[in-house]
Write a protein that binds this ligand. Structure first.
Ligand code: GUN
Ligand code: ZN
Length: 446
């Protein structure tokens, strides 16, 4: 008999990824969650009587999944700008640097106003949760108080989140939207200290230099030191667009490569995630591998801003950790299902250009959206797949949800159900979302 207290047991089909298998299907499985929100057991359905005795739960209280339903791990958005949600779906007619100056910086300046911040941040957290994002790695803005508010809102709605107060001490275009390097450093300390003092169980600070062109080398080095001394996560952008790569060469003439700049400033660690990386060389990818730093692949953004097409296969061959990101609002969709589809499309574009290119499979992209994301954020001990001891972060998916977007003509096997959901599904198919064992969708009023 176990002393673990079981709070929830579910019986039905589980789909998830492991390091060995991009898609593992467990039919008629039993999954138990303990009162700490962790997975207590995963066993075969026929073991119900035995397990109910060992763990002391009522076998008649087990939640039975319906036909066409399965449980999958919650999706992990490894790169999303919460502050850009208000204009998502618009302003996609310029390349990166012009887009930043004309749309992004003016909107981000508005987050000095906490009322505006509260509106936007509440909506983005609610929307991403309903879309099945159980973990989000957020950029906020340079404003510390609004960034703290984002942490509070994620905590209130029960989303697992890394939250970054953006740091930038260079901005030649929107001159008021920047800090001095001293302010940036002091406010980063204040942000980290205050966020940690709230003791939110699922929300962590992440050190966030915007990207090399927005930061002096002195600031990058200071932020690297803060992250190192406090063992914190780091996020930024790298090698997204060719004009940006050229600009970095001009601004940092002594550096060997874009990756080199971050590395020299101690910003490449096994808790680092860098968005994009479309134009990295193989030498730079090797440096990612060596340092344990990860990439976030944001295909919607890469296409929407005409930035480039990341060769994910090449990144995987270099054994660099990789997750998927929406990059709202350079990417116009806040749904990780969209990121999955764009990742598959981008891989197919590479195959059109070179038939020898090995196209990503839907199973591989499913892994990137779940386990890969947790690895990229160094959260794979807590989340990413169904393993005993990990937190229960999960979606209950009904592929044939009434009023939903998918028509099933005949019964289908779980692999086909997953493929249909990934390609055709939306939030109408996501019946429930759990984070650390707590039901967070249908949304609760905080
Ligand atoms: N590079 C620096 N800042 C940004 C941003 O806000 N969005 C994108 N896509 N790239 C960036
Ligand atoms: Zn971004």
């Amino acid at each position: 008999k176990s002393s673990t207290v079981i709070s929830f047991v579910c019986r039905g089909t589980l789909v998830h990824s492991t390091p060995e298998e991009a898609l593992q299907v467990l039919e008629d499985a039993l999954l138990g969650v303990n009162s700490d929100g962790k997975i207590a057991f995963i066993e075969r359905g026929e073991e119900l009587q035995k397990l109910s005795q060992i763990f002391g739960f009522d076998p008649s209280a087990v939640t039975q999944l319906e036909q066409h339903e399965f449980l999958m791990p919650g999706m992990i958005d490894t790169h999303i700008h919460a502050s850009q949600y208000s204009y998502s779906g618009t302003a996609l007619d310029m390349p990166l640097l012009q887009w930043l100056n004309n749309y992004t910086f003016p909107v981000e300046s508005r987050f000095k106003d906490l009322e505006f911040a509260n509106k936007v941040y509440t909506q983005v957290v609610k929307r991403t949760l309903r879309n099945g994002t159980t973990t989000a790695c957020y950029f906020a803005t340079i404003h510390t108080d609004a960034s703290l508010l984002l942490g509070q809102i994620a905590n209130d709605f029960g989303q697992r989140a890394l939250v970054g107060k953006v740091c930038m001490d260079r901005n030649d275009f929107v001159k008021h939207y920047k800090e001095t390097s001293q302010e940036s450093q002091d406010e980063t300390y204040r942000f980290i200290k205050e966020l940690l003092s709230k003791k939110y169980p699922l929300v962590k600070p992440v050190v966030t230099p915007r990207f090399a062109p927005s930061c002096t080398e002195a600031l990058l080095a200071q932020l690297g030191a803060i992250a190192k001394n406090n063992n914190l996560h780091i996020q930024s952008h790298i090698s997204e667009n060719l004009e940006e790569v050229e600009l970095v060469k001009q601004l940092f003439p002594k550096s060997g490569s874009y990756t080199d700049i971050y590395n020299k400033c101690n910003l490449l660690t096994d808790k680092t995630v860098m968005a994009h990386g479309c134009h990295l060389s193989d030498e730079e990818l090797a440096l990612f591998r060596e340092t344990g730093a990860a990439l976030s692949h944001c295909p919607n953004s890469n296409i929407s801003l005409c930035s480039g097409v990341l060769d994910v296969r090449n990144v995987l061959n270099h054994k660099v950790k990789l997750g998927l990101g929406t990059d709202v609002a350079g990417g116009y969709s806040s749904s990780m299902l969209d990121a999955v589809r764009r990742a598959l499309d981008s891989s197919k574009v590479l195959t059109i250009q070179d038939p020898k290119h090995k196209t990503l499979t839907f199973e591989e992209v499913f892994r990137l959206a779940t386990l890969g994301g947790s690895q990229a954020l160094s959260l794979d001990e807590q989340t990413g797949n169904f393993e005993v001891g990990k937190d229960f972060d999960a979606l209950r998916v009904n592929v044939a949800a009434p009023g939903g977007p998918i028509d099933l003509i005949e019964d289908e096997n779980p692999k086909v159900l997953l493929e249909k959901f990934l390609n055709l599904g939306d939030d109408r198919n996501i019946m429930e979302v759990f984070v650390a064992g707590r039901k967070v969708v249908p949304l609760k009023k905080p």
